[in-house]
Design a protein. Structure first.
Length: 275
């Protein structure tokens, strides 16, 4: 059962956090995670939005889909909840009151540890969506949104995060890069790489499938698990990953662009890396 960081506002604090555990079966129009509705929680999700109607709808659908749902209405409250309650995923509005927007909240969440973030925003501008992804968000949903789609997005992100990697191998790697899938740890030349959850999954896919060109649609399906979505998500993550694994990101040797197709992970031309 979730417990509130702060109780309902009584005039003695500048913000409030409310938590709820909604365990009723999925309602009409809700697609739950596999097996939801049997009274078992499928994870903790924190919904951060200052619009009570949006927060109530999002929390209600997620709760009926089998998740324990927490709510926060501003940045400071969200950070307190993340620190104290350790949610499995955060649904984060971009526009928040109090001088701390969703970008800043996402940065601070990322600085504290690997927590998946889905950005919820009324802004339709592509630059804002890309900035959200570059800040570290794993996905975004634009208002007005379908609650059913939000549930599916949450399920997809958590499924990717929790997936157990097959095989007995302790790690996979190449060109001085080593990934330990079960530990979610990545190194290059013996130095730790600070990767977001999705960057880690993308690099793991590339390392397992070197030499073949993949379209952005294929990467979205294989790495994100989606058959739909904005393909700029893939572009942004490739650019960020290059900045972390390439010797010269402006002239990538590992993650190469295949014009008219997509991207290829090429180990043959990669310089050696020593620790």
């Amino acid at each position: 059962m979730w417990r509130p960081v702060n109780g309902p506002s009584n005039g003695g604090c500048c913000h409030s956090v409310t938590m709820q555990n909604i365990s009723s079966p999925p309602g009409p129009g809700t697609v739950p995670p596999t097996g939801a509705g049997d009274g078992v929680s499928y994870g903790r999700v924190l919904v951060v939005d200052d619009d009570p109607t949006v927060a109530e709808v999002a929390a209600g659908y997620l709760g009926r889909a089998g998740y324990d749902v927490g709510r926060a209405d501003d940045g400071p409250a969200a950070l307190e909840s993340v620190a104290a309650l350790r949610p499995d995923l955060v649904v984060l509005d971009l526009m928040l009151p109090g001088g701390m927007d969703g970008f800043e909240v996402c940065r601070r969440i990322r600085a504290r540890g690997p927590v998946p973030v889905i950005m919820l925003t009324a802004r339709g501008d592509e630059d804002d969506r890309i900035l959200g992804l570059e800040t570290g968000a794993d996905d975004y949903v634009t208002k007005p949104f379908s609650p059913r789609e939000l549930v599916l997005r949450v399920e997809a992100v958590l499924r990717r995060w929790r997936r157990t990697e097959p095989g007995p191998s302790a790690g996979i790697g190449g060109a001085g890069i080593v990934l330990e899938p079960l530990a979610r740890r990545a190194t290059r030349g013996g130095e730790d790489l600070c990767l977001t959850l999705r960057e880690f999954d993308l690099l793991a896919f590339f390392l397992r499938n070197p030499g073949r060109a993949y379209t952005r649609e294929e990467l979205m399906r294989e790495v994100w698990g989606w058959d739909f979505g904005d393909l700029s998500t893939v572009t942004v993550h490739v650019r960020r990953l290059r900045g972390k694994v390439e010797t010269d990101p402006a002239r990538p040797a590992l993650i190469q662009t295949v014009w008219g197709v997509g991207y290829r992970f090429d180990l043959s031309g990669a310089p050696s890396v020593t620790g």
